[in-house]
Design a binder for this molecule. Structure first.
Ligand SMILES: [Zn+2]
Length: 278
């Protein structure tokens, strides 16, 4: 069953308290949204991998918007060097687990959202179990091992994968969904050699940049759940903050893709070693 039909089966039974009706009032009055749109959001289960730069705006907005259940995967602790971009974490939480820190902020934003914490790395041996109850996966980690693992998991289980990536002053976002368009491996069948890409420490990133890309991921997630608008499937949105330019590239499904193609060679999950995973 695709995730959309699962949400469509669940949302009819969703009800709201008076406080929730007031809280979501600016959604409810939009004819594209109405009560049904808000019910779909509350019926939805979104798994977010990472509570860092992309995860911060993503989690804040998905929580505020009223997504019913949000799963968080992270094993890191809050560090001073995170704070210039990871705005879900407060200075007082330096040294504490990122998951606990993120949940603290999320509960302050919207106590009606149900949160499930997975304080672990996301690996081939736990990915299936963690993701099994979720309709949609949003990758907020931006590293190669997770990117390929999320992609393969989503293709093999039919879930959409809301993708974002940042580097220095530039970012990208798209929606990979093997059932309806290309997946990440259609573009890049295999990861590069670990030594050929800059490490996290070498890369650097403008603190504000993940805000833009994470918010685009949040919007695409809300659109997928509610079925409004045109999702970013088969389109890669690129953003250059220095030139302040957005561009759009068409992405095509590769019939020979090793995971979503006609004769897939990848049928189980892989842990790629040797990359920076933070
Ligand atoms: Zn593919």
């Amino acid at each position: 069953m695709s995730f959309l039909s699962a949400i469509n089966e669940r949302f009819g039974n969703i009800s709201f308290s008076n406080e929730e009706i007031k809280r979501y009032g600016r959604h409810l009055i939009m004819p594209e949204f109405t009560l049904a749109g808000q019910q779909k959001l509350k019926a939805a289960r979104v798994l977010t991998i990472g509570t860092g730069g992309l995860g911060s705006p993503l989690l804040a907005y998905l929580t505020a918007a009223g997504v019913g259940k949000i799963g968080l995967v992270d094993y890191d602790t809050v560090d001073y060097s995170n704070l210039h971009r990871q705005i879900i974490h407060k200075s007082r939480n330096v040294g504490k687990p990122k998951i606990a820190s993120a949940i603290e902020t999320m509960k302050e934003i919207n106590p009606f959202v149900q949160v499930e914490a997975f304080e672990t790395s996301f690996r081939s041996d736990n990915a299936m179990e963690i993701a099994k109850d979720y309709d949609i996966v949003v990758d907020g980690t931006d590293n190669f091992p997770t990117r390929y693992l999320v992609n393969d998991l989503c293709v093999l289980t039919g879930k959409p994968n809301v993708y974002g990536s940042i580097f220095r002053f530039e970012g990208q976002a798209t929606v990979f969904w093997g059932e309806k368009g290309p997946c990440y491996r259609c573009l890049f069948p295999e990861p590069p050699e670990p030594g050929t890409v800059p490490s996290c420490a070498e890369g650097g990133v403008l603190g504000v940049l993940p805000g833009i890309i994470g918010v685009i991921q949040a919007i695409e997630t809300v659109k997928l759940i509610t079925g409004i608008g045109e999702p970013l499937i088969g389109r890669l949105l690129t953003y250059d903050s220095l030139k302040m330019k957005f561009r759009e590239l068409k992405l095509r499904k590769d019939p020979n893709c090793p995971v979503c193609g006609k004769h897939p060679t990848i049928t189980s999950y892989i842990d790629y070693e040797g990359f920076c995973t933070i």
